[in-house]
Design a protein around this ligand. Sequence first.
Ligand code: PLP
Length: 425
Amino acid sequence: MAPAPFEATKDFAAAMTSRDPLASYRERFHFPRLPDGSDCIYLCGHSLGLQPKKVRSYVEQELQDWENFAVEAHFRARNPWMPYHEILTEPTARLVGALPGEVVVMNSLTVNLHLMMVSFYRPTAARNKILVEANAFPSDQYAVKSQLQYHGYDPATALIEIAPRPGETSLRTEDIEQRIEADGEKIALVLLGGVNYFTGQAFECSRIADAGHAKGCVVGFDMAHAAGNLHLQLHHWNADFAVWCSYKYLNAGPGSIAGCFVHERHARNPKLPRFAGWWGHDKQTRFRMGPEFHAIASAEGWQLSNPSILSMAALRASMEIFDEAGIGRLRAKSEMLTGYLEFLLGHDRSGRFSIITPRDPAHRGAQLSLRLPQNGRAVCDALAQQGVICDWREPDILRVTPAPLYNSFSDVFTFAEKFRAALQA
Ligand SMILES: Cc1ncc(COP(=O)(O)O)c(C=O)c1O
Protein backbone atom coordinates (compact mmCIF):
# COMPACT_ATOMS: atom_id res chain seq x y z
CA MET A 1 0.00 0.00 0.00
CA ALA A 2 1.70 3.23 -1.11
CA PRO A 3 1.82 5.96 1.53
CA ALA A 4 -0.73 8.59 0.63
CA PRO A 5 -1.30 12.11 1.85
CA PHE A 6 -4.21 11.59 4.21
CA GLU A 7 -7.63 13.19 3.83
CA ALA A 8 -10.18 13.62 6.59
CA THR A 9 -13.13 12.26 4.65
CA LYS A 10 -15.22 9.13 4.87
CA ASP A 11 -14.62 8.45 1.16
CA PHE A 12 -10.88 8.61 1.60
CA ALA A 13 -11.02 6.17 4.53
CA ALA A 14 -13.21 3.85 2.47
CA ALA A 15 -10.80 4.04 -0.48
CA MET A 16 -7.85 3.24 1.80
CA THR A 17 -9.81 0.33 3.23
CA SER A 18 -10.59 -1.05 -0.21
CA ARG A 19 -6.94 -0.76 -1.29
CA ASP A 20 -5.63 -2.47 1.86
CA PRO A 21 -4.04 -5.81 0.87
CA LEU A 22 -4.55 -7.10 4.43
CA ALA A 23 -8.21 -6.07 4.64
CA SER A 24 -9.56 -9.60 4.30
CA TYR A 25 -7.93 -10.74 7.56
CA ARG A 26 -10.69 -8.88 9.35
CA GLU A 27 -13.07 -11.65 8.26
CA ARG A 28 -11.08 -14.14 10.29
CA PHE A 29 -12.10 -12.58 13.62
CA HIS A 30 -15.24 -12.39 15.71
CA PHE A 31 -16.28 -8.84 16.54
CA PRO A 32 -18.59 -8.09 19.45
CA ARG A 33 -21.99 -7.21 17.98
CA LEU A 34 -24.18 -4.19 18.60
CA PRO A 35 -27.94 -4.62 19.24
CA ASP A 36 -28.62 -3.88 15.56
CA GLY A 37 -26.37 -6.78 14.57
CA SER A 38 -23.50 -4.65 13.26
CA ASP A 39 -19.91 -5.07 14.45
CA CYS A 40 -18.60 -2.78 17.12
CA ILE A 41 -15.56 -0.61 16.38
CA TYR A 42 -12.95 -2.50 18.36
CA LEU A 43 -9.84 -0.48 19.22
CA CYS A 44 -8.71 -2.38 22.27
CA GLY A 45 -6.26 -4.94 20.90
CA HIS A 46 -3.61 -3.58 23.30
CA SER A 47 -5.67 -5.14 26.09
CA LEU A 48 -7.47 -8.19 24.71
CA GLY A 49 -7.29 -9.19 21.06
CA LEU A 50 -10.35 -10.41 19.20
CA GLN A 51 -11.07 -14.11 18.86
CA PRO A 52 -9.86 -15.68 15.61
CA LYS A 53 -12.78 -17.65 14.16
CA LYS A 54 -10.63 -20.77 13.89
CA VAL A 55 -10.02 -20.89 17.64
CA ARG A 56 -13.25 -22.76 18.24
CA SER A 57 -12.45 -25.63 15.87
CA TYR A 58 -8.85 -25.83 17.06
CA VAL A 59 -9.95 -26.06 20.69
CA GLU A 60 -12.76 -28.45 19.79
CA GLN A 61 -10.28 -30.73 18.05
CA GLU A 62 -8.38 -31.08 21.32
CA LEU A 63 -11.61 -31.64 23.26
CA GLN A 64 -12.53 -34.39 20.80
CA ASP A 65 -9.11 -35.98 21.01
CA TRP A 66 -9.32 -35.86 24.80
CA GLU A 67 -12.81 -37.44 24.55
CA ASN A 68 -11.60 -40.14 22.16
CA PHE A 69 -8.14 -40.95 23.43
CA ALA A 70 -7.88 -39.60 26.99
CA VAL A 71 -4.32 -40.10 28.19
CA GLU A 72 -3.29 -41.64 24.90
CA ALA A 73 -3.90 -38.30 23.19
CA HIS A 74 -0.42 -37.37 24.35
CA PHE A 75 0.71 -39.56 21.45
CA ARG A 76 -2.42 -40.26 19.38
CA ALA A 77 -4.08 -36.87 19.11
CA ARG A 78 -4.05 -35.41 15.61
CA ASN A 79 -1.52 -33.00 17.05
CA PRO A 80 0.00 -35.17 19.77
CA TRP A 81 0.02 -33.35 23.08
CA MET A 82 3.46 -34.42 24.19
CA PRO A 83 5.26 -32.17 21.68
CA TYR A 84 2.29 -29.80 21.09
CA HIS A 85 4.17 -26.67 22.18
CA GLU A 86 6.76 -27.35 19.48
CA ILE A 87 4.14 -26.50 16.82
CA LEU A 88 4.34 -22.96 18.13
CA THR A 89 8.11 -22.66 18.24
CA GLU A 90 8.89 -21.64 14.67
CA PRO A 91 5.98 -19.22 14.21
CA THR A 92 6.87 -17.61 17.53
CA ALA A 93 10.54 -17.34 16.55
CA ARG A 94 9.54 -15.70 13.25
CA LEU A 95 7.24 -13.29 15.04
CA VAL A 96 9.78 -12.00 17.56
CA GLY A 97 12.92 -12.26 15.42
CA ALA A 98 14.52 -15.16 17.26
CA LEU A 99 16.12 -18.50 16.56
CA PRO A 100 13.80 -21.42 17.23
CA GLY A 101 15.94 -22.55 20.17
CA GLU A 102 15.54 -19.15 21.78
CA VAL A 103 11.76 -19.21 22.29
CA VAL A 104 9.20 -21.20 24.16
CA VAL A 105 5.53 -20.74 25.04
CA MET A 106 4.81 -21.45 28.68
CA ASN A 107 3.06 -20.18 31.82
CA SER A 108 1.81 -16.62 31.97
CA LEU A 109 3.69 -13.36 31.66
CA THR A 110 4.47 -12.40 35.25
CA VAL A 111 5.45 -16.00 36.03
CA ASN A 112 7.89 -15.95 33.13
CA LEU A 113 9.26 -12.61 34.24
CA HIS A 114 10.03 -14.09 37.63
CA LEU A 115 11.59 -17.19 36.09
CA MET A 116 13.81 -15.01 33.95
CA MET A 117 14.85 -12.90 36.91
CA VAL A 118 15.72 -16.05 38.83
CA SER A 119 18.26 -16.82 36.11
CA PHE A 120 19.27 -13.33 35.07
CA TYR A 121 19.06 -11.15 38.14
CA ARG A 122 22.17 -12.43 39.91
CA PRO A 123 23.07 -9.60 42.28
CA THR A 124 26.45 -9.18 43.93
CA ALA A 125 27.54 -6.76 46.65
CA ALA A 126 28.92 -4.40 44.03
CA ARG A 127 26.26 -4.86 41.34
CA ASN A 128 22.73 -5.36 42.55
CA LYS A 129 20.48 -2.63 41.19
CA ILE A 130 17.66 -3.00 38.69
CA LEU A 131 16.88 -0.20 36.23
CA VAL A 132 13.25 0.10 35.08
CA GLU A 133 11.04 2.73 33.46
CA ALA A 134 9.26 4.86 36.08
CA ASN A 135 5.72 4.05 35.04
CA ALA A 136 6.16 0.37 34.26
CA PHE A 137 3.09 -1.87 34.39
CA PRO A 138 2.30 -2.56 38.07
CA SER A 139 2.84 -6.32 37.83
CA ASP A 140 6.38 -5.69 36.59
CA GLN A 141 6.98 -3.25 39.44
CA TYR A 142 5.74 -5.79 41.99
CA ALA A 143 7.79 -8.58 40.41
CA VAL A 144 10.96 -6.50 40.36
CA LYS A 145 10.54 -5.18 43.90
CA SER A 146 9.79 -8.63 45.25
CA GLN A 147 12.89 -10.03 43.53
CA LEU A 148 15.01 -7.30 45.12
CA GLN A 149 13.52 -8.05 48.51
CA TYR A 150 13.93 -11.77 48.00
CA HIS A 151 17.66 -11.18 47.55
CA GLY A 152 17.76 -8.93 50.62
CA TYR A 153 17.84 -5.53 48.90
CA ASP A 154 15.66 -2.55 49.63
CA PRO A 155 13.76 -1.34 46.53
CA ALA A 156 14.04 2.19 47.91
CA THR A 157 17.76 2.11 47.14
CA ALA A 158 18.24 -0.79 44.74
CA LEU A 159 15.52 0.11 42.24
CA ILE A 160 16.43 2.81 39.73
CA GLU A 161 13.34 4.22 38.03
CA ILE A 162 13.99 6.41 35.06
CA ALA A 163 11.32 8.98 34.20
CA PRO A 164 10.75 11.35 31.28
CA ARG A 165 12.17 14.85 31.65
CA PRO A 166 9.90 17.36 33.37
CA GLY A 167 7.17 18.43 30.97
CA GLU A 168 7.76 15.46 28.67
CA THR A 169 5.77 12.24 28.45
CA SER A 170 8.28 9.90 26.79
CA LEU A 171 11.71 8.72 27.80
CA ARG A 172 14.57 9.83 25.62
CA THR A 173 16.85 7.00 24.59
CA GLU A 174 19.90 9.18 25.27
CA ASP A 175 18.67 9.69 28.84
CA ILE A 176 18.41 5.92 29.32
CA GLU A 177 21.88 5.50 27.84
CA GLN A 178 23.31 8.23 30.04
CA ARG A 179 21.80 6.69 33.14
CA ILE A 180 23.26 3.31 32.25
CA GLU A 181 26.61 4.95 31.53
CA ALA A 182 26.53 6.73 34.90
CA ASP A 183 25.29 3.88 37.12
CA GLY A 184 25.92 0.81 34.95
CA GLU A 185 28.60 -0.71 37.15
CA LYS A 186 26.08 -1.01 39.97
CA ILE A 187 23.22 -2.23 37.75
CA ALA A 188 22.70 -5.98 37.55
CA LEU A 189 19.61 -5.85 35.34
CA VAL A 190 18.08 -3.35 32.92
CA LEU A 191 14.41 -4.26 32.45
CA LEU A 192 12.21 -2.18 30.17
CA GLY A 193 8.95 -2.68 28.33
CA GLY A 194 9.20 -2.98 24.55
CA VAL A 195 6.21 -0.62 24.43
CA ASN A 196 5.06 1.21 27.55
CA TYR A 197 1.49 0.18 28.35
CA PHE A 198 0.44 3.70 29.40
CA THR A 199 2.10 6.06 26.94
CA GLY A 200 2.44 3.69 23.99
CA GLN A 201 6.12 4.61 23.64
CA ALA A 202 8.24 1.96 21.88
CA PHE A 203 11.76 1.77 23.26
CA GLU A 204 14.89 1.51 21.15
CA CYS A 205 15.74 -1.96 22.41
CA SER A 206 18.87 -2.42 20.35
CA ARG A 207 20.50 0.78 21.64
CA ILE A 208 19.43 0.00 25.20
CA ALA A 209 20.81 -3.55 24.99
CA ASP A 210 24.11 -2.22 23.64
CA ALA A 211 24.35 0.40 26.37
CA GLY A 212 23.59 -2.14 29.08
CA HIS A 213 26.02 -4.73 27.74
CA ALA A 214 28.77 -2.15 27.42
CA LYS A 215 28.55 -1.72 31.19
CA GLY A 216 28.21 -5.43 31.94
CA CYS A 217 24.48 -5.38 32.75
CA VAL A 218 21.95 -8.03 31.78
CA VAL A 219 19.21 -6.55 29.58
CA GLY A 220 15.68 -7.96 29.47
CA PHE A 221 12.42 -6.73 27.97
CA ASP A 222 8.73 -7.10 28.76
CA MET A 223 7.26 -7.35 25.28
CA ALA A 224 3.62 -7.61 26.40
CA HIS A 225 2.66 -4.59 24.29
CA ALA A 226 5.19 -5.24 21.56
CA ALA A 227 4.71 -8.88 20.50
CA GLY A 228 2.45 -8.96 17.45
CA ASN A 229 2.63 -5.16 17.35
CA LEU A 230 6.20 -4.25 16.42
CA HIS A 231 8.62 -5.95 14.08
CA LEU A 232 10.85 -7.36 16.81
CA GLN A 233 14.41 -8.60 16.28
CA LEU A 234 15.18 -10.00 19.70
CA HIS A 235 18.13 -12.11 18.60
CA HIS A 236 19.71 -9.40 16.50
CA TRP A 237 19.13 -6.77 19.18
CA ASN A 238 21.01 -9.04 21.53
CA ALA A 239 18.44 -8.97 24.33
CA ASP A 240 19.39 -11.40 27.08
CA PHE A 241 15.78 -12.36 27.67
CA ALA A 242 12.26 -11.21 26.91
CA VAL A 243 8.78 -12.18 28.01
CA TRP A 244 5.33 -11.43 26.64
CA CYS A 245 1.70 -12.45 26.90
CA SER A 246 -0.48 -13.72 24.07
CA TYR A 247 -3.87 -12.23 24.85
CA LYS A 248 -3.24 -8.70 23.51
CA TYR A 249 -1.98 -8.34 19.94
CA LEU A 250 -1.56 -12.11 19.70
CA ASN A 251 -5.30 -12.79 20.08
CA ALA A 252 -4.95 -16.08 21.97
CA GLY A 253 -7.65 -15.35 24.52
CA PRO A 254 -7.84 -14.22 28.13
CA GLY A 255 -5.00 -15.50 30.30
CA SER A 256 -3.66 -17.59 27.44
CA ILE A 257 -0.20 -19.12 27.43
CA ALA A 258 2.67 -16.63 27.39
CA GLY A 259 5.99 -16.45 25.55
CA CYS A 260 9.61 -16.30 26.55
CA PHE A 261 12.89 -15.58 24.75
CA VAL A 262 16.32 -16.51 26.04
CA HIS A 263 19.23 -15.50 23.83
CA GLU A 264 21.06 -18.52 22.48
CA ARG A 265 24.24 -17.67 24.35
CA HIS A 266 22.26 -18.40 27.54
CA ALA A 267 19.65 -20.80 26.19
CA ARG A 268 22.25 -23.38 25.26
CA ASN A 269 23.78 -23.26 28.71
CA PRO A 270 22.05 -25.95 30.75
CA LYS A 271 24.19 -25.00 33.74
CA LEU A 272 22.59 -21.58 34.13
CA PRO A 273 20.82 -21.43 37.50
CA ARG A 274 17.07 -21.60 37.22
CA PHE A 275 13.96 -22.84 38.93
CA ALA A 276 13.46 -26.24 37.36
CA GLY A 277 10.44 -28.41 36.57
CA TRP A 278 10.06 -31.69 34.76
CA TRP A 279 8.97 -30.17 31.45
CA GLY A 280 12.32 -28.41 31.16
CA HIS A 281 14.13 -31.72 31.55
CA ASP A 282 15.90 -33.34 28.60
CA LYS A 283 13.13 -34.88 26.51
CA GLN A 284 14.98 -38.14 25.80
CA THR A 285 15.20 -39.01 29.48
CA ARG A 286 12.30 -37.11 31.06
CA PHE A 287 10.20 -40.22 31.54
CA ARG A 288 12.92 -42.12 33.27
CA MET A 289 11.75 -39.97 36.15
CA GLY A 290 15.26 -39.66 37.55
CA PRO A 291 16.05 -37.47 40.54
CA GLU A 292 18.56 -35.18 38.77
CA PHE A 293 17.43 -32.33 36.53
CA HIS A 294 19.07 -32.10 33.10
CA ALA A 295 17.91 -28.95 31.34
CA ILE A 296 17.01 -28.96 27.66
CA ALA A 297 19.69 -26.88 25.93
CA SER A 298 17.26 -24.28 24.58
CA ALA A 299 14.65 -21.87 25.91
CA GLU A 300 12.51 -24.98 26.51
CA GLY A 301 14.81 -25.74 29.42
CA TRP A 302 12.97 -23.10 31.46
CA GLN A 303 9.61 -24.90 31.20
CA LEU A 304 8.21 -26.07 34.50
CA SER A 305 4.92 -27.82 33.88
CA ASN A 306 3.25 -29.61 31.01
CA PRO A 307 1.44 -26.74 29.27
CA SER A 308 -2.28 -26.18 28.70
CA ILE A 309 -3.20 -27.75 25.37
CA LEU A 310 -6.45 -25.78 25.10
CA SER A 311 -4.58 -22.53 25.54
CA MET A 312 -1.99 -23.52 22.95
CA ALA A 313 -4.73 -24.53 20.52
CA ALA A 314 -6.10 -20.98 20.67
CA LEU A 315 -2.65 -19.50 20.21
CA ARG A 316 -2.02 -21.83 17.26
CA ALA A 317 -5.07 -20.46 15.44
CA SER A 318 -3.77 -16.94 15.88
CA MET A 319 -0.13 -17.66 15.06
CA GLU A 320 -1.16 -19.20 11.75
CA ILE A 321 -2.72 -15.87 10.82
CA PHE A 322 0.40 -13.95 11.83
CA ASP A 323 2.56 -16.31 9.82
CA GLU A 324 0.39 -15.87 6.77
CA ALA A 325 0.03 -12.10 6.99
CA GLY A 326 3.66 -11.53 8.03
CA ILE A 327 4.65 -9.16 10.80
CA GLY A 328 6.54 -6.94 8.33
CA ARG A 329 3.41 -6.26 6.27
CA LEU A 330 1.29 -5.89 9.40
CA ARG A 331 3.67 -3.34 10.84
CA ALA A 332 3.69 -1.35 7.60
CA LYS A 333 -0.12 -1.20 7.68
CA SER A 334 -0.06 -0.41 11.38
CA GLU A 335 2.12 2.64 10.87
CA MET A 336 -0.34 3.91 8.27
CA LEU A 337 -3.41 3.18 10.38
CA THR A 338 -2.05 4.82 13.52
CA GLY A 339 -0.70 7.67 11.42
CA TYR A 340 -4.19 8.17 10.01
CA LEU A 341 -5.67 8.16 13.50
CA GLU A 342 -3.16 10.79 14.57
CA PHE A 343 -3.90 12.85 11.46
CA LEU A 344 -7.67 12.79 12.07
CA LEU A 345 -7.26 13.68 15.74
CA GLY A 346 -5.04 16.56 14.70
CA HIS A 347 -8.11 18.13 13.11
CA ASP A 348 -9.62 18.72 16.54
CA ARG A 349 -8.81 22.21 17.74
CA SER A 350 -10.88 22.06 20.93
CA GLY A 351 -7.77 21.76 23.10
CA ARG A 352 -9.61 19.23 25.27
CA PHE A 353 -7.11 16.44 24.76
CA SER A 354 -3.51 15.85 23.84
CA ILE A 355 -1.66 12.82 22.45
CA ILE A 356 1.07 11.66 24.83
CA THR A 357 2.38 8.89 22.54
CA PRO A 358 5.48 9.81 20.52
CA ARG A 359 4.77 11.33 17.10
CA ASP A 360 7.57 9.42 15.41
CA PRO A 361 6.20 6.05 14.15
CA ALA A 362 9.57 4.47 14.97
CA HIS A 363 8.93 5.27 18.63
CA ARG A 364 5.47 3.84 18.96
CA GLY A 365 3.37 0.82 18.06
CA ALA A 366 -0.28 0.71 17.09
CA GLN A 367 -1.56 2.47 20.22
CA LEU A 368 -2.19 6.18 20.76
CA SER A 369 -2.71 7.38 24.33
CA LEU A 370 -4.90 10.45 24.56
CA ARG A 371 -4.80 12.60 27.66
CA LEU A 372 -8.25 13.97 28.54
CA PRO A 373 -7.90 16.03 31.71
CA GLN A 374 -11.65 16.75 31.98
CA ASN A 375 -14.49 14.20 31.87
CA GLY A 376 -12.34 11.71 30.00
CA ARG A 377 -13.96 8.73 31.63
CA ALA A 378 -17.36 10.00 30.47
CA VAL A 379 -16.01 10.26 26.91
CA CYS A 380 -14.79 6.66 27.08
CA ASP A 381 -18.17 5.51 28.41
CA ALA A 382 -20.06 7.49 25.77
CA LEU A 383 -17.96 5.86 23.05
CA ALA A 384 -18.63 2.41 24.51
CA GLN A 385 -22.36 3.11 24.48
CA GLN A 386 -22.10 3.76 20.76
CA GLY A 387 -20.20 0.54 20.20
CA VAL A 388 -16.70 2.03 20.08
CA ILE A 389 -14.44 0.04 22.39
CA CYS A 390 -11.20 1.58 23.63
CA ASP A 391 -10.11 1.76 27.27
CA TRP A 392 -9.48 4.10 30.13
CA ARG A 393 -6.44 4.23 32.35
CA GLU A 394 -6.54 6.38 35.46
CA PRO A 395 -6.13 9.21 35.93
CA ASP A 396 -6.72 10.69 32.48
CA ILE A 397 -5.71 8.41 29.60
CA LEU A 398 -7.84 6.98 26.79
CA ARG A 399 -5.94 4.23 24.98
CA VAL A 400 -6.94 3.75 21.34
CA THR A 401 -5.42 1.03 19.18
CA PRO A 402 -6.18 0.20 15.58
CA ALA A 403 -4.83 -3.34 15.20
CA PRO A 404 -3.70 -3.99 11.63
CA LEU A 405 -5.04 -7.54 11.50
CA TYR A 406 -8.64 -6.59 11.98
CA ASN A 407 -9.04 -2.81 11.97
CA SER A 408 -9.62 -0.68 8.90
CA PHE A 409 -9.10 2.94 7.93
CA SER A 410 -12.88 3.28 8.06
CA ASP A 411 -12.84 2.11 11.70
CA VAL A 412 -10.35 4.84 12.45
CA PHE A 413 -12.47 7.43 10.66
CA THR A 414 -15.63 6.39 12.53
CA PHE A 415 -13.75 6.51 15.83
CA ALA A 416 -12.50 10.04 15.14
CA GLU A 417 -16.01 11.25 14.29
CA LYS A 418 -17.60 9.72 17.36
CA PHE A 419 -14.76 10.84 19.58
CA ARG A 420 -15.18 14.43 18.45
CA ALA A 421 -18.94 14.20 19.05
CA ALA A 422 -18.40 12.69 22.51
CA LEU A 423 -15.93 15.45 23.38
CA GLN A 424 -18.44 18.12 22.37
CA ALA A 425 -21.23 16.43 24.31
C1 PLP B 1 3.36 -4.70 30.40
C2 PLP B 1 2.64 -5.76 31.18
N1 PLP B 1 3.33 -6.51 32.06
C3 PLP B 1 2.72 -7.48 32.79
C4 PLP B 1 1.36 -7.71 32.67
C5 PLP B 1 0.73 -8.78 33.51
O1 PLP B 1 0.40 -9.86 32.72
P1 PLP B 1 -0.08 -11.28 33.32
O2 PLP B 1 -1.33 -11.04 34.10
O3 PLP B 1 -0.35 -12.09 32.11
O4 PLP B 1 1.03 -11.80 34.14
C6 PLP B 1 0.62 -6.96 31.74
C7 PLP B 1 -0.84 -7.18 31.59
O5 PLP B 1 -1.55 -6.53 30.91
C8 PLP B 1 1.27 -5.95 31.01
O6 PLP B 1 0.60 -5.18 30.15
